[in-house]
Design a binder for this molecule. Structure first.
Ligand code: PLP
Length: 448
């Protein structure tokens, strides 16, 4: 490991003195100084290594310092480090072509952005321009990003201190069988009732006012909520019936997280616009975008699209994206994710659920899973309250601390622990990480 304990104090001092961090009360945080990383592991300046079971912010699909991505960025920097978006560029064009190809029939254009939030902003803008209708429906229990419309679309507490940024948004309930808002008792009933609720929302909000429905294909941070069979085809049908654009937010689940290029491909429904970021190049250089269906793209053939970004399709980011495609294809990443998810993660998590009374449900797909912690399996009362902080969050914080103590960096959110390691993690590390979580859950059982 590239360990330099002598540097740690300066890194910490510069950070504490001058870096203003996201989503935080600045005096109450203590960011870990990170010295380096490789594959599924990163380490601090003292040489303590952590297995990265959150892929940073679920973006690091190909792991830390993947040699192919690093080389692609280095080579592109030596050739042409930047060029503005109104010019044609080889890697930008190649990446747009490759993304369109894997998106499937009916998609041939890509608008590049700097990340996920602005991808959603621009997708909503396109939908509004094409339909002439401003209102957008989005789900409670969702995250769509931190710019004005994207944060308003968000269906979690990060929206509250930021509203109203965009008044023309309304929220609805998506399917969530374990805590069904519809009191359903089977996945089929959940689908039917969730679709009935969505249709009622459309009618009551006014179909003539709604330009788009946006949803995460598999809800990410808010719970790894995999849609029940028939739900997304039902959303597609409602969008067709009422002249609404269907936007699939694939920022977290696109590019292999559940073993598909795009997650919608596992659920028999094709959206009109697909937003992506994170896994497209593992976040080595900021990049996001919108994949545009031919029908919507055609609207802008003769009408100018009123939007742009200085770094749209940045060559360094796109070179890392092209390299990502090469690695995915050469190393069979999608097949690997499906195999490891079904053969290694699922059975182990099911065994963990049996062993620990604090585990209410495990759910997921590919290398994307949630362990939902409860006080009581019968009542399903969450181990910590919704949006818990401070002392209220202590039982989950204790699990996270036990994971870190044992060398694993976990992803926790409210009463859940998510399993989202890099897609290149070795089977041995995957098993080791799941064993660490298994042992750490004793801290949750102890809180019952
Ligand atoms: N959409 C989803 C589903 C996300 O998970 C995120 C980020 O976590 C975003 C949008 C926002 O992406 P970014 O942080 O790149 O703006």
């Amino acid at each position: 490991l590239d360990v330099r304990p002598d540097l740690e104090a300066q890194v910490r001092a510069d950070d504490r003195g001058h870096v203003f961090h996201s989503w935080s009360a600045q005096a109450l945080i203590d960011p870990l100084p990170v010295a380096g990383g490789e594959g599924a592991t990163f380490w601090d300046y003292a040489g303590t290594a952590y297995l990265d079971f959150s892929s940073q912010l679920v973006n690091l699909n190909l792991g830390h310092q993947h040699p192919d991505l690093v080389a692609a960025i280095q080579q592109q920097a030596g050739r042409l480090a930047t060029i503005q978006p109104s010019m044609a560029n080889d890697v930008r064009g190649e990446l747009a072509r490759r993304i369109s190809e894997v998106a499937g029939d009916g998609f041939s254009k890509v608008f590049f952005t700097n990340g996920g939030a602005d991808a959603n902003e621009n997708a909503v803008r396109m939908a509004r321009l094409v339909t002439g209708k401003r209102k957008v429906l989005s789900m409670y229990r969702s995250y769509h990003g931190n710019t004005s419309t994207a944060i308003t679309l968000t269906g979690d507490p990060r929206r509250w201190p930021n509203e109203p940024a965009d008044g023309s948004v309304a929220h609805f309930f998506g399917p969530y069988a374990y805590r069904s808002p519809f009191h359903s008792s089977s996945p089929e009933e959940e689908t039917d009732r969730a679709l009935e609720h969505l249709e009622q929302t459309i009618i009551l909000e006014g179909a003539s006012t709604i330009g788009a429905i946006i949803l995460e294909t598999v809800v990410g941070t808010n719970g790894v909520l995999v849609p029940p069979p028939g739900y997304l085809p039902g959303v597609r049908a409602l969008c067709d019936k009422y002249g609404i654009v269907y936007i699939a937010d694939e920022v977290m689940v696109g590019f292999g997280r559940i073993g598909e290029w795009f997650a919608f491909q596992a659920f028999d429904a094709t959206p009109d616009l697909i937003t992506f970021a994170k896994g497209v190049n593992s976040g080595y250089v900021p990049l996001g975008g919108v994949v545009i269906s031919d029908r919507i793209a055609a609207h802008f053939d003769t009408v100018s699209f009123p939007g742009g970004l200085t770094y749209s399709g940045h060559p360094l980011a796109c070179a890392a994206g092209v390299a990502t495609f090469e690695v995915f294809e050469r190393d069979g990443i999608l097949e690997r994710v499906r195999d490891l998810g079904a053969r290694v993660v699922e059975p182990r998590l099911r065994a963990i659920a049996e062993r620990h009374p604090s585990v209410g449900e495990v759910r997921g797909r590919g290398l994307f899973w949630a362990i939902e912690l409860v006080r009581d399996r019968e009542t399903r009362e969450p181990l910590v309250p919704f949006n818990a902080a401070g002392a209220d969050a202590a039982p989950v914080a204790a699990v996270a601390a036990a994971c870190k103590e044992a060398g694993l960096w976990p992803f926790t959110h409210f009463n859940r622990i998510h399993v989202a390691p890099p897609l290149v993690i070795s089977e041995e590390d995957l098993v080791r990480g799941l064993d660490i979580i298994d042992a750490a859950l004793d801290a949750a059982d102890a809180a019952l």
